[in-house]
Design a protein around this ligand. Structure first.
Ligand code: AMP
Ligand code: GLY
Length: 434
């Protein structure tokens, strides 16, 4: 079948790489894609938020499956658009309805959903400009650090964590009154601070049944030792070594099952991924306890780059079964090895950075290289085209070995100003050593 994948990052390159391995896939289009995805499919110039254009392309290229990489088109309702158009409604869409996508599109909606279904998460309240004074009072009842979240999509920047009460109040003003994050901060969720270690769990669901994909941990800060500004992600590890059977069972019983049951009971159309960001307290003890920090309605980036290479099952078959509500009959085959992904970014990222620098890809080996922000210049040469440029993913029998292979490959890749964190996975190695 012909498949259209929307997106242009490392996540999409990893998804495209997996789709292209399927015997079911005759032609794979990626819109708009990057210089990596063009090696596993055909890049097409489309504005992925222009649903009419995406629909026209799907019709004219006899697309039978649409896979949506990023959240924006989902939150804007691309799945509903396809479901409602007579010429598009038979196309399988991997990505939830607009209402399902609100699990990521509105933090307040997600928190209320968790509350309705008794899913463990930090206690919270939501405020608007009209209830700003109550918001300040609520902050006074909490202990530092104070967690303030813009309700809507804010390009990963909408969460502020502050130790000082006066500063937290000032942030609340800026978010609600001055619309620090535009309309995204018309409402602000203030929530209890959770202590622990973060990890991510990924679920593929048809709205009633689910498969739990491999767990992963990502590294969000630019600096080593988790310091400095937040980024889109500087690397990832899969699986998470502390997520043993007992913890995964708690996550499944307390979080995954009630989430999918909640979607089904509330009749929310949901065929696609649920990315559950978790905070786990008391890790390494029998009392390890998972709490949901957030839902995303897509795969993570750069988690996909370590999770997808571990999936041995035919991903297109899984997508087909998800679209037909048949995931209950599916088994997921996973590579037991550890995957380590190291992200290489442009100098200056996540603040301003250059584009268009020539990339030397070094020598190919068995380590995977996923493109995140790359393009070809007018001479056809590979150049940087984003903050996160390329990542390397290696699979090995142990985490240190996977890291070594991944770092060795990334050392061989160069452009002016290239930067990567050198400590991906080191926290997990320390944790494992006790
Ligand atoms: P989010 O966009 O909701 O994933 O939040 C961004 C980051 O803020 C998370 O990855 C956590 O590191 C942190 N965070 C969010 N909520 C909390 C919380 N309630 N307690 C502690 N840290 C949090
Ligand atoms: N790596 C975090 C995210 O994709 O949101």
């Amino acid at each position: 079948m012909n498949i259209l994948l929307l997106g242009s990052g490392g996540r999409e390159h990893a998804i495209a790489y997996k789709i292209a391995q399927s015997a079911q896939c005759s032609q794979l289009f990626i819109a708009p894609g990057n210089a990596g995805t063009e090696k596993v499919g055909e890049n097409v110039k489309l504005d992925i938020n222009d649903f009419e254009a995406v629909g026209q392309f799907a019709i004219s290229h006899r697309v039978e499956m649409l896979v949506v990489g990023p959240e924006a088109p989902l939150v804007a309702g691309i799945a509903d658009y396809f479901a409602e158009q007579p010429m598009l409604k038979n196309i399988m869409v991997i990505g939830p309805s607009k209402q399902g996508a609100m699990l990521e599109g509105s933090k307040d909606y997600a928190k209320a959903f968790m509350q309705r279904h008794n899913i463990p998460t930090a206690s919270y309240r939501t405020f608007t400009v009209d209830t700003l004074a109550q918001g300040e009072k609520f902050l006074e009842t909490l202990k530092a650090p104070y967690v303030l979240k813009a309700d809507g999509l804010a390009a990963g920047k909408g969460v502020l964590i502050e130790n000082d009460l006066a500063t937290a109040k000032a942030h609340l003003h800026e978010m609600l009154k001055d619309r620090k994050f535009g309309d995204a901060s018309a409402r602000v969720v203030i929530e209890e601070y959770l202590d622990g270690i973060e990890m991510s769990v990924f679920v593929l669901t048809d709205g009633s049944h689910y498969l739990i994909l491999p767990s992963a941990k990502d590294y969000k800060r630019i600096g080593e030792g988790d310091t400095g500004l937040n980024t889109g992600g500087m690397g990832s590890i899969s699986p998470v070594p502390f997520a043993d059977k007992a913890l995964m069972k708690k996550i499944e019983d307390r979080i995954v099952k009630p989430t999918v049951r909640g979607l089904r009971d509330e009749k929310i159309a949901y065929c696609g991924f649920i990315f559950i960001g978790l905070m786990c307290s008391n890790v390494g003890t029998d009392d390890a306890t998972p709490y949901v920090i957030e839902y995303n309605v897509r795969m993570g980036d750069p988690e996909t780059e370590s999770v997808f290479p571990r999936i041995k099952s035919d991903i297109v078959e899984l997508f087909e079964n998800a679209a037909h509500g048949n995931l209950d009959g599916c088994k997921l085959e996973i590579d037991p090895r550890t995957a380590a992904c190291v992200m290489m970014v442009a100098g200056g990222y996540p603040e301003s950075y250059k584009k268009g620098d020539l990339i030397d890809l070094g020598t190919d080996d068995e380590t995977l290289v996923f493109h995140c922000g790359t393009a070809r210049n007018e001479l056809g040469k590979l150049v940087t085209n984003g903050g996160r440029v390329l990542c390397t993913t290696a699979l090995a029998n142990s985490l240190p070995e996977a890291l070594l292979k991944s770092y060795n490959r990334s050392l061989d890749i160069n452009w002016e100003g290239k930067y990567c964190r050198r400590d991906i996975g080191q926290d997990l190695l320390k944790l494992m050593q006790g």
